[in-house]
Design a protein around this ligand. Structure first.
Ligand code: 4AZ
Length: 244
């Protein structure tokens, strides 16, 4: 997160660290992407985060390098990438994936605690200029690579027509995406935040409104962050969750 601040335990109890290591290796798992807990057994993330590596999910922490009794590590039973995910040199389309977690004895996966809780799926659109929140372990303006500390920042939802204007992203944008951030730059998601949450709040309920997807670098003027538009994928998510 560019221009963010340190988060605290339980501020983003749905935040996941999606971790990977080469298949068959005994290397440590390292953070590769963010993710969002949307149900005890389901993580929403970005399709471009999925590769052939062995993966696991970390929940309930705010520092990747610190042991914490509140952390939960879960195995992934199944990966579901959107059928229409497309990667071009300029943009990512339908950049969404689901991770089904491996369940325990009681048919539950993640245990709900103070620091681990699922976020809601949105049932309506938020207005332009709404204040929403991004969080993640991605790159900051200072260090490259990932941040061991979970960071957060407030961003604004940017009108689609403004983001599709020729001096912003133009016609590479489609309705599977939304822009959030600031036209003046400085505050943004960045590499390593991908797959993680853009959350908007209404009546004290938090909704997963975007999945960190792509952008032209980070924190650059007229190049706000681009997020997968979760409201476009509600039927897809429900279909995958309730038929598997
Ligand atoms: C990335 O490389 C990336 N500023 C993620 C988010 C943004 C840019 C790049 C948005 O994963």
């Amino acid at each position: 997160i560019f221009g963010g601040r340190k988060s605290l335990p339980a501020f983003h109890p749905w935040q996941a660290s999606f971790q990977s290591r080469p298949k068959g290796s005994n290397l440590n798992f390292t953070h590769s992407c963010g993710g969002t807990l949307i149900d005890s057994c389901w993580i929403l993330t970005a399709a471009h985060c999925i590769d052939e590596d062995e993966v696991r999910v970390e929940l309930g922490g705010v520092n990747l390098e610190k042991d914490d009794p509140g952390k939960q590590f879960l195995e992934v039973e199944k990966v579901i990438v959107h059928e229409n995910f497309t990667e071009t040199p300029d943009a990512l389309y339908n950049d969404i994936a689901l991770l089904k977690l491996r369940d325990g004895v009681n048919g539950r996966c993640a245990n709900e605690t103070q620091s681990v809780r699922a976020v809601c799926l949105p049932n309506e659109t938020f207005p332009d200029e709404s204040h929403c929140t991004i969080s993640g372990y991605g790159a900051t303006q200072k260090e490259s690579g990932v941040s061991s500390q979970l960071l957060e920042a407030k961003v604004l939802l940017i009108p689609q027509r403004r983001c599709m204007s020729q001096n912003v992203y133009g016609n590479i944008m489609d309705d599977s995406m939304l822009c959030a951030g600031y036209m003046q730059g400085k505050i943004d998601s960045c590499q390593g935040d991908s797959g993680g949450p853009l959350v908007c709040e209404k009546d004290q309920t938090h909704y997963i409104y975007g999945v960190v997807s792509w952008g032209d670098r980070c924190g650059v003027k007229k190049k706000p962050g681009v997020y997968t538009r979760v409201t476009k994928f509600i039927d897809w998510i429900n279909e995958k969750m309730y038929s598997t």
